[in-house]
Ligand binder design. Structure first.
Ligand code: ADP
Length: 650
């Protein structure tokens, strides 16, 4: 087949341009990226061979670095899974990851402001988007890649100078795998020379020592003053998790985490596990410091890898860790499982269940330690992953209480979002309970869109007057979590947005009801008019003592979906029946009082007031007006009335 000229996808071309013109000082990391790709390719070959053992025979996995000092080329070669023509075009010619555009936009901004945690834009890009391969263009003027896919007979050659286009043509290669050849740029004054043996050794030791496959390099040997070239393994291949923690340096941990996670930032915490007993295993897990862009869409760079006696078995092994901990990166290495275990058998294996349980216990205890000892770090963790972690309350009933214990909430007693950076914007349920008033019936909460809007809700007024704290829940998942969780320990969760929940004790409630009873007659005409005006969306209109300063609010019937959830369901395209709500009115409020007499007198202005009152309650609840025209007309009429009644006195 003839040579084809193809163009990089536009985002890819943009990233490449950044690489080529990169002023990033740490260019040596290109080697780490290419070795990391080679190691991943060997992992992938292992996975495919395991599930297809008859077809693919024996092989010695390895990575090879070849240097040519005269021609100034450097080649990184592996006998991993390789790529087909289409895979080359897809993986190298484009960036599939979602959010690239958005990221490029923010990266551009970060560059000029010098923010981004003092890390350069290039480094962020290399980490976040796996532009790993492209980093070769920081040091090379031309890159050639020859690859043969496992199971294929033909190979493919890719070549590019990085400027917009590349060529692809058929080629040959004796076995499957990939070689990447770099034509190095002339090294600048302060730059390293990447064909120099000791430079390369240093870089490999610094970033890639733990790679589980041998990295072989053609090294110079002097024998009787004659230079010969011999192959030498230049990495120790020592599994970092099997070494005692005290022996491993922070740098080594950092590089290992980077390799594992493709994350450019330091992890928040590291969890080392050394379990001995009925099942023996070691683990090294990391909690990242930031959610990846794709956490909620796909978990590509993900999860926990399974090793058996230091041999890589599979990545993102879902049986080792529950779904709600999917942000954790790391490895688990078992001493006991058989090497030829398949995904299906894995699920059934009781030893895997033991590993999963004790890993989970270890994660919980490490999070608890962080919560108790490093509150600020914990709040970072919570901001990044709380939403995912909380899903556990629904998914894992057995540990629901533990997960709640480790959960953070906004509340009326805390400084809210805008002050969160100073810390202490959050509370745990236990801290809440310590602050509870003796006569409080349970843990009060209110769901809505954002905490600062919620704190102005009329529904909180009576609670505030009593000094009762209310949790302000703003994640979409909160409502489901609460619906599934009637209590925490011995305390009931009580939804302040529900018609049944009031800030009054038994006695007080009876008294209030008595008082409302006496007003019932006077309220009846207004109630009739309200119900006639909104027959579809209200299930009731009634007087209540819930509010202190506001005239009206909307509450849900018991277990009714909140307005937020209703809107979310609509936004997601679900057809759900109208959720009817209750309009509660504050009889102490002058507007409500006057309105009662207006309705009684059959005054024609009553409807305008009713409709504006309702819409106002809806807006305060974070709802959107269904009929903005009606609202505007009603409000205008009310304003003209007010002006007519109080003409400006000269
Ligand atoms: P990342 O490794 O972060 O995905 P890269 O740009 O480095 O990003 O690589 C893109 C993809 O190209 C990889 O995900 C992999 O599928 C493929 N690839 C890169 N290098 C190799 C290799 N040596 N062998 C097989 N596939 C490779």
């Amino acid at each position: 087949m003839a040579q084809e000229k193809l163009f990089f996808q536009s985002e890819a071309a943009e990233l490449l341009k950044m690489m080529i013109h990169s002023v990033y000082s740490n260019k040596e990391i290109f080697l780490r990226e290419l070795i990391s790709n080679a190691s991943d390719a060997l992992d992938k070959r292992r996975i495919e061979v395991l599930s297809n053992s008859e077809e693919y025979g024996e092989y010695e996995p390895g990575i090879r670095i070849l240097r040519d000092r005269e021609k100034r080329t450097l080649t990184i070669e592996d006998n991993g899974i390789g790529m087909s023509r289409d895979e080359i075009v897809e993986y190298i010619g484009t960036i599939a990851r979602s959010g690239t555009k958005e990221f490029l936009a923010t990266a551009g901004k970060g560059d000029s402001s010098g923010k981004n945690d003092s890390l350069s834009t290039q480094e962020m890009l290399i980490g976040q988007f796996g532009v790993g391969f492209y980093s070769a263009f920081m040091v090379a003027e031309r890159v050639e890649l020859i690859s043969r896919r496992l199971g294929a007979t033909e190979a493919w050659r890719f070549e590019s100078a990085g400027e917009g286009s590349y060529v692809v043509e058929e080629a040959t290669r004796p076995e499957c795998g990939t070689s990447v050849k770099l034509w190095l740029r002339a090294a600048g004054e302060d730059e390293k020379d990447y064909v120099d043996e000791w430079t390369l050794r240093d870089i490999v030791r610094k970033y890639s020592d733990f790679i589980a496959y041998p990295i072989v390099m053609n090294c110079s040997k002097w024998k009787d003053k004659v230079e010969t070239v011999e192959d030498e393994v230049i990495n120790s291949q020592k599994a970092i998790w099997s070494r005692p923690e005290a022996e491993v340096t922070e740098d080594e941990y950092r590089e290992f985490y980077r390799h594992l996670s493709h994350d450019w930032q330091e992890p928040l915490t590291r969890i080392a596990i050394n379990a001995e007993g009925s099942v023996n295993f070691k683990g090294l897990l990391f909690v990242p410091s930031q959610a990846p862009f794709d956490m909620f869409t796909n978990d590509r760079s993900g999860g926990v890898s399974l090793y058996i006696r230091r041999v890589f078995i599979m990545n993102d092994c879902k049986d080792l860790i529950p779904e709600y901990l999917r942000f954790i990166r790391g490895v688990i290495d078992s001493e006991d499982l058989p090497l030829n275990i398949s995904r299906e058998i894995l699920q059934e294996d009781p030893r895997v269940r033991v590993i999963r349980r004790s890993t989970l216990r270890k994660v919980f205890s490490s999070l608890r330690k962080m919560l108790e000892g490093e509150r600020e770090t914990y709040e970072k963790f919570w901001t990044a992953f709380g939403r995912v972690f909380k899903e556990g309350v629904v998914q894992d009933r057995e540990h629901a209480q533990t997960i709640l214990e480790l959960s953070l909430f906004r509340s009326t007693a805390m400084q809210l979002v805008e002050n969160a950076e100073k810390g202490s914007g959050w509370t745990t349920p236990d801290e809440y309970i310590k602050r509870m008033k003796p006569d409080q019936e349970g843990i009060y909460y209110l769901v809505g869109r954002d905490a600062s809007a919620l704190k102005d809700s009329p529904k909180l007024e009576a609670f505030a007057e009593k000094g009762y704290e209310v949790l302000l829940l703003t994640d979409p998942v909160d409502e489901v979590v609460m619906a599934q969780t009637p209590e925490y320990g011995e305390k009931k969760f009580l939804n302040v947005g529900s018609a049944e929940v009031q800030a009054t004790g038994e006695e007080e409630r009876k008294e209030a009801e008595k008082k409302l009873e006496t007003l019932q007659g006077a309220f009846e005409p207004l109630k009739k008019k309200i119900m006639a005006f909104f027959p579809e969306i209200l299930s009731d209109a009634r007087l209540s003592v819930r509010m202190k300063s506001s005239p009206a609010c909307l509450v849900g019937a018991e277990n009714a979906m909140s307005l937020q959830m209703e809107q979310l369901m609509h936004a997601m395209g679900h057809e759900i029946p109208v959720v009817k709500r209750v309009l509660e009115l504050n009889p102490e409020h002058p507007v409500v009082r006057r309105l009662m007499s207006l309705a009684e007198a059959n005054d024609e202005r009553t409807e305008d007031f009713i409709s504006v009152l309702y819409d106002q309650a809806l807006i305060l609840d974070g709802g959107t007006l269904t009929d903005p025209g009606r609202f505007a007309r009603g409000l205008s009429r009310i304003m003209s009335m007010a002006l007519e009644e109080n003409p400006k006195k000269e």
